[in-house]
Ligand binder design. Structure first.
Ligand SMILES: Nc1ncnc2c1ncn2[C@@H]1O[C@H](COP(=O)(O)OP(=O)(O)OP(=O)(O)O)[C@@H](O)[C@H]1O
Length: 607
C-alpha cells in the first residue's frame, strides 16, 4: 500500500528534524571545545549564583553575632560575587565565538552540498529560499549550541535553589513548591506557542524571499509588461501574515514574561510569610531567612529559562530549513580514469530520464563515433537539453548508462570529467572578477589547448576568445581582458561568446554546446563553427541546435521527438527521406537559410 501524503510528509519532517539535530551536534563539536567551555562557564556562574545566598546569609549571621570569622566570610562573599561576574563575561564572549563558528559551519556544509548535487536537484528550492536558508536561517540555527548550554545552566540555579530551600527549612520550601505547577504550565505553553508561530514566520520569510529573487531575475519582463505594481503586491502579499506571526511571537514571549513576573512576587511573599513565622518560632535565623528569600527568587527565576528556550526553539526550526539542503542527493564520482588519448566515443545504452514523475527521455540507445560532430535537433521540449546533460554528465539517467570511450561516466573521476568534458550554454553565467577570469574559469592544469600547470596563460585565453569571436569586443573594453565583469555591460550574444571561449579553452575529448550560438549573428556563428572544426582540440562535439546550418555541417544528426530518437543519420539522408524532419527547420528553410536546398554544397563550403 502506498503511504498517504501526510504520512510521507510526517516521515520527511522527522528525518529533517533528526538531520538538523545531528548537524547541530556535529557543528557544536566542530567549535573546538568552545561549546563545552560555554557550558563550563555558565554552570560555574550558576554554581556561584547558588553559593552566594548561602554565603551571604551565613556572613550576616556571623557579623550579627560578632564572630571573629565575620571579615573572612565578607571577603569570601566578595570573591563569590566577583567570580560570578567574571564567569558571566567569559560565557558571553565564548557564546559569540560559538555562534559565529556554528553558523559558518552550517553555511559551509549547506553550500558544499548545493554545489555537489545535480543541477536539477539544486533547483528544487527557489533561489531566494536557498539564499534565506544559507543566511538568516543559518544565523538563527548557529545560536542553538550556545543557547542550549545557557538553557541547561539556567536550570541549575532554580533546581539548586529548591534543594537549598529544603535544606534551610522544610515549611519554607513547601510554601514555595505550591506555586511550581503554575510555573511548569507556563513554560510548556510558551514552548508550544513559540514553536508554532516561529515555524510559520520562517515559512513566510522563505516564500517572500523566493518571490523577491524571482522578480529581480525577471525585472525586464516586469518592466516590459508594466506590471511593477502587481509584482510588488505579489512579493509583499504575505507581509501582513509575517507581521501577525512576528507580533504573536513577541506576544507569547511578553505574556510568559509578564505572567512569570506576576507569579514571582507571590511566591516570594509566600516564602517570606512562612519564613517569618519560622523565624519568630526560632526554627531559623535572620541570615537563613535572607538566604531563603534569595533562593526563592532564584528558584522562581526559572522563567529566565524561557529566553534560552525560545532561542533553542527558533534555532532548531531554522536549522531544519538550512539542513534541508543537506538532504539533497550528492552527485558522486567514481575512481576510474578515461583511456589515454581516447577519441571521445560516446555510447548511450537504454538511457531513460524521469522528471517530476514523467519520463522525458525514453530508452535512448546510440553510438557516437569518437571525433564526430553530432547535431541534436528537434522541436522545443523534445528533450535536447536533457540529452546534452546526460551525454556530458550534468545529470545521471534514471535508467541505463552513458559510456565515454568505454568507461561508464558515473565511474569516471571528477578530475577526468572536468578535464575531458566541456560545456557551453545558451545563457552562460560568467564567474570570476574580470573578463579574462571568466574565460579561464575552471581551466587549470592540463585542460584544453594552451593551458599550463598553473592554469591557462593570457595567450591561451586570447586564442580561445578569438575562436569564439569574442577577442575584438573584449579588446575594446576599457581594460581589455582585465576589465571587471561588473564594469563590462554585455549583450546576450557577447555573453554567449565568452561562454563559448570558456568552453573552447578547456575543450577535452567531448564538447557539448547546448544552443550555445543561438544569440550569435550568422557570420559569427559560421566563424565559430569553422574554429570548432579547425582551431580547437579535435574531439567529439554534441551540438544542440535549432539552426539548419548546424545540422548541415554535422557528421550525424540525432532527431528527437517527445523524448525519443525519432531518427538518426546524416542531414542529407534525413532531409531527403522525411518531410517531418524538414518541418523541424521549416522557418529556416522558408527564410532561404544556407544549405536548405543544397546541403552537400553547404557542407563543402563550411570546410
Ligand atoms: N527539472 C525538470 N522538471 C520537470 N520537467 C522537466 C525538467 N527538465 C526538463 N523537463 C521537461 O523535459 C522535457 C524536455 O526538456 P528539454 O529542456 O530537454 O527540451 P529541449 O528540447 O531542450 O527544449 P528547447 O528547445 O525548448 O530548449 C520538457 O517537456 C521539459 O518540460
Amino acid at each position: 500500500m502506498r503511504p498517504t501524503e501526510a504520512a510521507v510528509d510526517g516521515a520527511e519532517t522527522q528525518a529533517l528534524e533528526r538531520g538538523a539535530d545531528r548537524a547541530l551536534v556535529a557543528a557544536a563539536r566542530h567549535s573546538g571545545g568552545r561549546t563545552a567551555a560555554v557550558l563550563g562557564c555558565t554552570v560555574a556562574a550558576a554554581a556561584a549564583a547558588l553559593a552566594e545566598p548561602a554565603v551571604l546569609g551565613h556572613t550576616l549571621d556571623l557579623l550579627l553575632s560578632g564572630s571573629p570569622s565575620g571579615p573572612a566570610w565578607t571577603l569570601l562573599c566578595a570573591a563569590v560575587i566577583a567570580a560570578e561576574v567574571a564567569l558571566d563575561a567569559a560565557a558571553a564572549r565564548l557564546t559569540g565565538e560559538v555562534d559565529g563558528r556554528t553558523t559558518a559551519r552550517l553555511r559551509r556544509l549547506g553550500l558544499a552540498r548545493l554545489l555537489r548535487t545535480a543541477p536539477h536537484h539544486a533547483a528544487r528550492h527557489a533561489s531566494g529560499e536557498t539564499a534565506a536558508r544559507l543566511t538568516a536561517h543559518a544565523t538563527e540555527a548557529g545560536r542553538v549550541p550556545a543557547a542550549a548550554a545557557h538553557a541547561v545552566a539556567a536550570l541549575l540555579p532554580p533546581i539548586g535553589a529548591v534543594v537549598a530551600l529544603f535544606l534551610i527549612d522544610l515549611w519554607t520550601a513547601l510554601a514555595f513548591l505550591v506555586g511550581v505547577p503554575l510555573l511548569v504550565l507556563l513554560l510548556r505553553a510558551f514552548a508550544r506557542d513559540t514553536l508554532n508561530s516561529v515555524a510559520r514566520y520562517q515559512q513566510v520569510q522563505l516564500a517572500t524571499a523566493g518571490r523577491l529573487l524571482e522578480a529581480l531575475a525577471g525585472a525586464r519582463t516586469i518592466a516590459a509588461a508594466g506590471s511593477a505594481d502587481r509584482e510588488r503586491a505579489r512579493i509583499l502579499a504575505q507581509l501582513p501574515e509575517l507581521g501577525t506571526e512576528g507580533r504573536r511571537m513577541w506576544q507569547v514571549y511578553g505574556g510568559t514574561t509578564a505572567r512569570s513576573a506576576a507569579l514571582m512576587p507571590m511566591l516570594l511573599y509566600a516564602v517570606l510569610a512562612v519564613g517569618g513565622i519560622r523565624l519568630s518560632a526560632g526554627a531559623i535565623g535572620i541570615g537563613e531567612l535572607l538566604a531563603a528569600v534569595r533562593y526563592a527568587g532564584l528558584a522562581a527565576g526559572i522563567g529566565a529559562v524561557t529566553g534560552g528556550l525560545a532561542a533553542v526553539v527558533r534555532g532548531r526550526a531554522a536549522a531544519r530549513r538550512t539542513t534541508a539542503l543537506l538532504a539533497l542527493p550528492v552527485f558522486g564520482h567514481g575512481r576510474k580514469e578515461l583511456p589515454a588519448d581516447g577519441p571521445g566515443a560516446l555510447e548511450l545504452r537504454d538511457v531513460r530520464v524521469v522528471r517530476e514523475g514523467s519520463t522525458v527521455l525514453h530508452d535512448i540507445s546510440l553510438l557516437i563515433p569518437g571525433g564526430s560532430t553530432v547535431a541534436v535537433v528537434g522541436r522545443s521540449g523534445a528533450g535536447k537539453t536533457l540529452f546534452a546533460a546526460v551525454a556530458g554528465r550534468l545529470t545521471d539517467p534514471d535508467a541505463g548508462q552513458v559510456l565515454l570511450d568505454g568507461v561508464p561516466l558515473r565511474e569516471v573521476t571528477a578530475e577526468a570529467l572536468r578535464r575531458e568534458v566541456g560545456y557551453a550554454f545558451d545563457r552562460p553565467v560568467l564567474l570570476g572578477d574580470t573578463v579574462g577570469d571568466a574565460i579561464a574559469f575552471g581551466a587549470d592544469a592540463g585542460a584544453g589547448a594552451g593551458t599550463g600547470p598553473a592554469g591557462p596563460g593570457p595567450e591561451a585565453v586570447r586564442a580561445a576568445a578569438r575562436a569564439a569571436g569574442a577577442d575584438l569586443f573584449v579588446r575594446r573594453l576599457p581594460h581589455g581582458y582585465g576589465t571587471r565583469l561588473a564594469d563590462a555591460p554585455m549583450s546576450g550574444g557577447e555573453v554567449q561568446r565568452l561562454g563559448l571561449a570558456r568552453a573552447f579553452l578547456r575543450a577535452g575529448r567531448l564538447l557539448v554546446l547546448d544552443d550555445a550560438t543561438s544569440s550569435l549573428d550568422t557570420v559569427t556563428a559560421r566563424q565559430v563553427e569553422r574554429a570548432l572544426a579547425h582551431e580547437i582540440r579535435p574531439g567529439t562535439r554534441i551540438v544542440v541546435a535549432h539552426r539548419l546550418s548546424s545540422a548541415v555541417r554535422a557528421d550525424l544528426v540525432v532527431w528527437l521527438e517527445d523524448g525519443r530518437v525519432r531518427a538518426s543519420g546524416t542531414h542529407d539522408e534525413l532531409w531527403q527521406r522525411d518531410p517531418g524532419y524538414r518541418a523541424v527547420f521549416a522557418a529556416d528553410a522558408e527564410a532561404g537559410a544556407e544549405g536548405a536546398a543544397v546541403p552537400e554544397a553547404t557542407r563543402e563550403a563550411a570546410r
